[in-house]
Structure formats: C-alpha cells, structure tokens
Design a protein around this ligand. Structure first.
Ligand code: S3P
Length: 429
C-alpha cells in the first residue's frame, strides 16, 4: 500500500476502537462465569475473533454485533467448558495462546493449540515451565518450546512463581491455571505488567490480591456474568497521538482512551520528551481508568526509556521510536529485549525501517539509540506482517519526503481493521 506525505494538519475527534487486552479477557472470563456477560466497546479485530472462535469450539455461545461493538457471552462457569472437537486456532494472537493455555491446563479434557506462522515461532516455554511446575501436562508438539501445544488433564497445585519476565500474558496464564489449583497461586514479576486480568477477574467474583509486583488468586471461585465496558485502546490511540504531535498545526481529540497506570507509559515518555497532552474527563469502570486525550503538534526532545517503564509501553515502542527519530537530540531505549519475541522481531524491524527512511539509529541487544532530527524520506517498508510496524510507519510516512510503500499493510486487521480509514478521516476533517 502506498502512502503520500500530507500537506495540512490533522484535525478532528476520533474514538479509537476498544482495548485489545480487555476485549480478549472479557470473552475468556465471561466464558468461565455463570450467566451472561454483556460487553460494550468490544474490539472486533482478528486477534479477538480468534479468542471468540476458541471458546465457541469449547461449547460457549457467544453472540456478536460488530457494528455495535457488542458481545454477549453465555458463560457456563469455571467447569463448564467442553472438549473441542478440533485444534484450537489462536491465529496471530499471543494473548489468546498464552492465556488459554492456563485455562486448558485445568480442564478434564485433552486439547491442542496452534496458530499462524508467527505464533509458531514465539516462545511458549515461558508458560510451559510454570504450568508444568503446577503439575500440568503441557508440551510443545515439536519439542521446540513453541506451538502447537498439547495439553492433557492433570491435577494442579498452587505455586508461588517468580517469573523471569515482566509479562502480563505469563502472569495471566498462571493466575488462570490457579482457578483450578488446590490452593492459592502467586505470581511475582520483576516489574509490574498490565493488570487487566487481576482487575477484571475481581469484577467477575474471583478472590485476587495484588501487592506491587505480586498477584495471588484463590481456586474454585463462583464467577458470575457481569457488564464490561471496554475503553478505547491506548495502544491504538498511540498512532494518532504521535501523528498529531508530529504533523505541524495538528489538534486531535481522542475520547475515552484507557489510561490504566500499567499501560500509560507513552504519556510519561511524551512528558519526558518535553511534550504535553491534555488528559480530560477522567472516569473509571470496572477498575479501569479512561480519559479524553487532547493532543496538539509540538516539538519534542530525546529522552531515556528503560527499566520499569518498559512494560507500561511495550506495544508502543515502535511508534515512540518514530517520535524519537523526529525529536531533537538522542533517545536511548534499553531493557526492551522482549520486543524481539513479539509478532515480529520489533527491534530489528524498527531499526531497519527507520534507517530505510534516513534516520540515524543504532540497534543494541535490548534496545536502540536514536539520534533524532534528520528529515525522513519515503521508503519501502516491510511490515513483516506485524500490525504495529505497519501502523507506526504509516504515521512516519505522513511527514516523510516522498511516498512510502508498506508491504502487507493489510495486517492491521490484527488489532485495528479500520486504521487507514480512521487516519484518513483526520486528514480530511
Ligand atoms: C498483552 C500483554 C503484552 C502485550 C500484548 C498483550 C496482554 O504481552 O505485548 O500485546 O493482553 O496480556 P506480554 O505480556 O507478553 O509482554
């Protein structure tokens, strides 16, 4: 797909679609709850549809109304799933694969989980190890630590797991297996990852306790269906935040964006880069905070990004790197080795793509050094079928000199099917 630089500012109001992490969880936990869970603001993207498909295969009735972003889950309780007649296909979704593994480990039936070529390369040892320590029977079919995964019935024990990575997918997997364990299960992570699982499971009636980087769950709760109102996804809003900051004269209002403190690292980075975003009309639903974000074009300067901030902006690093390439001075990103095992090796993808556009970037083992301020030129960008790479470089193309072509730009359907339409609406507004 070809992208031309734009001549005028971005203007207008845009409601970004629902949060992907929260949408996945609403279907999963709704399936494990007794009665009906009504979800509004649900993200109808390929990843979330993979989750719906998996639970339908396990006998859960799920009604969808994509035009209204509504989903109705007819949950059957934590012991209500039935054996799937065929392999569960998680598509491109790491969240689906890892969270469902935890649920399947506690089921009285056999199951097989797989996904697309990207999923089959992503590390699943990080969930196989703790689940095995709980007594689960789970193995990688090919013995390479990746999907397909084979899971068999087993008796689970509660454990205290010290995770080597700050990963909400690992934490959530272990906590979900903990629903089926014989005593309390605890996960301790090196720094706090997104806490949607803890917040939402509590809403469904589970006994979840959180204290800093430590989260515990008691087994055998009676989960009951609830209403879930999904806020806009800050990871999707990030592209418009960046576009509005970068394109001179822009002013964009993004209503109802989730600003859970475990997800709002991009707002902190923009502050550290000397920018200011107005956070208006803050509210809360189901423990999840949201607000309207008003963004105006501004000159930014480089900063350091690392440590405990990384899990709070892990999916935003590609677009933050685009911002840094256009900021004055140097930005140093460290502690971001996790980006190598996302939908693509995002560290490699960012460095290669920014360089192709003329930016001064040096890759490091766990991050990069970006010497900002060089004007970007249009280039050929390979999305690597990674939605966040495609969207980040579509934004970069707006301010580049000359046209940019993004290969496999259609992969945005993973998290944001209408991304290009929404971006165009701000250009024409
Ligand atoms: C997610 C957690 C993050 C994030 C992913 C969604 C989740 O992954 O990158 O897009 O919904 O729990 P990790 O927890 O593996 O870092």
């Amino acid at each position: 797909m070809k992208f031309e630089p734009i001549s005028g500012p971005l203007k207008g109001t845009l409601q970004v679609p629902g949060d992907k992490s929260i949408s996945h969880r609403s279907v999963m936990f709704g399936s494990l709850a007794r009665g009906i869970t009504e979800v509004s603001g649900f993200l109808n993207s390929a990843d979330c549809l993979s989750t719906i498909d998996c639970f339908r295969k396990m006998g859960i009735e799920i009604e969808t109304d994509p035009s209204a972003a509504r989903v109705r889950v007819h949950g059957k309780g934590i012991l209500g799933l039935s054996a799937p007649a065929s392999t569960l296909d998680c598509g491109n979704s790491g969240t689906t694969t890892r969270l469902i593994s935890g649920i399947l480990a506690g089921q009285p039936f056999h199951s097989r989980l797989t996904g697309d070529d990207s999923i089959k390369k992503r590390p699943m040892k990080r969930v196989i190890d703790p689940l095995t320590a709980m007594g689960a029977s789970i193995r990688s079919e090919k013995g390479n630590g990746c999907a397909p995964l084979l899971i068999a019935p087993a008796h689970l024990h509660g454990i205290e797991y010290h995770s080597p990575v700050a990963s909400a997918q690992v934490k959530s997997c272990v906590l979900l297996a903990g629903l089926y364990a014989d005593r309390m299960t605890t996960v301790v992570e090196p720094s706090l990852s997104r806490n949607h699982t803890e917040l939402m499971l509590k809403g469904f009636g589970a006994d979840v306790r959180s204290d800093g980087c430590r989260a515990s769950i008691l087994p055998n709760p009676d989960l009951h269906g609830i209403r879930v109102s999904v806020p806009g996804d800050i990871s999707s809003a990030a592209y418009f935040i960046a576009a509005a900051l970068l394109v001179p004269g822009s002013e964009v209002l993004l209503p109802n964006v989730g600003i859970n403190p475990t997800r709002d690292g991009i707002l902190e980075v923009i502050k550290n880069m000397g920018g200011s975003i107005e956070v208006l009309n803050e509210k809360e639903s189901g423990g999840e905070r949201s607000a309207d974000l008003l963004v105006r074009a501004q000159k930014l300067h480089g900063c350091r990004i690392g440590g405990a901030l990384i899990p709070r902006l892990i999916d935003e690093l590609p677009i933050i790197a685009v911002l840094a390439a256009n900021a004055g001075g140097t930005t140093v990103i460290t502690d971001a080795g996790e980006l190598r095992v996302k939908e693509s090796d995002r560290l490699e993808a960012i460095v290669t793509s920014l360089r192709a556009m003329g930016a001064d970037v040096t890759g490091t083992e766990d991050g990069m050094i970006i010497r900002g301020g060089r004007p970007l030129t249009g280039a050929l960008i390979d999305s690597r079928m990674d939605h966040r790479i495609a969207m980040s470089f579509a934004v970069a193309s707006l301010i580049a000199d000359g046209p940019t072509t993004i290969r496999d730009a259609g992969c945005v359907t993973i998290s944001y099917p209408e991304f290009y339409r929404d971006l165009a609406s701000l250009i024409r507004a």
